[in-house]
Design a protein. Structure first.
Length: 259
């Protein structure tokens, strides 16, 4: 009988390693799961302020998973109820969110002010090319901290939404900050990073954000980690571990704003 050649030995060895690795992976406790892409593992990746928050496969953050967990687990926010047969405008569109919405929506338009590769170039503070009542749903996750005048953006969203339409919004909110902070005199990347946590943020929202929405004619329902049972909060990481950084957003919320 001939002895196996070196190539065969290496192949057999690789096969054994692969099978052993598969066993280790499958037997490891699966502690977290991404509701956006289905990835499962022991923990998510860290971001600059929080541990265990960012999906290594699709990049989802707490805000994306809160929104998609609401669509999957909260009856009144099911994908079909919110987007089914609706005209949807997704501002600064995250593909990991869009891929769940596009199949059920009547129309799905991706808009951005700065980036290419979308359907519409749009300044949400001045949507003069968009007719009144043109959309049934507008999604804008972590967009309003970037725009010059967020109150004008809210007025414009109210205008381009049909009666009964819905704005789905998230914003970074500083822990314990009562009133939204903004300062137009801060214009450099360093000043904005120091004041608002990121070079292209022009404000930090406070707890008054819901009241602002109310003032602009929206009826607001907030979805946050407390909206879900404990096991889902842990499995999907719907609330970050508290960071001591003064600008860290430790409490994420999704604002469902009915016109
Ligand atoms: Zn993911």
């Amino acid at each position: 009988m001939s002895r196996p050649g070196p190539a065969m030995v290496v192949k057999t060895w690789l096969k054994a390693v692969r099978s052993r690795w598969r066993m280790i992976v499958l037997s490891a406790p699966q502690r977290v799961e991404c509701v956006a892409c289905g990835w499962r593992g022991r923990r998510f990746l860290d971001d600059s302020w929080h541990r265990n928050v960012c999906c290594p496969k699709c990049g989802s953050s707490v805000r994306h998973r809160l929104l998609l967990a609401a669509h999957r687990h909260l009856e009144e926010f099911s994908l079909a109820d919110i987007y089914g047969g609706r005209r949807v405008l997704h501002v600064a569109p995250e593909p990991i969110v869009g891929k769940h919405i596009r199949p059920v929506a009547a129309s799905y338009v991706r808009a951005d002010y700065l980036h290419d590769g979308v359907d519409l170039r749009l300044d949400i503070t001045d949507m003069r090319g968009v007719a009144d009542g043109a959309y049934d749903v507008i999604i804008a996750c972590d967009v309003l901290e970037h725009v010059g005048d967020f109150r004008r953006a809210l007025s414009e969203m109210h205008r381009v939404l049909a009666d009964g339409g819905l704005a789905v919004l998230t914003v970074p909110q500083e822990d314990g900050l009562a009133v939204t902070r903004e300062d137009p005199s801060l214009t450099t990347d360093e000043q904005r990073r120091a004041a608002f946590g990121q070079h292209d943020h022009v404000r930090m929202f406070g707890d008054d954000f819901a009241a602002e929405l109310d003032r602009h004619g929206f009826e607001v329902t907030i979805v946050e980690s407390a909206s879900f049972p404990r096991d889902l909060v842990t499995r999907y990481r719907l609330g970050p571990e508290r960071s001591a950084h003064p600008l860290a957003t430790n409490h994420r919320r999704v604002f469902f704003c009915r016109r």
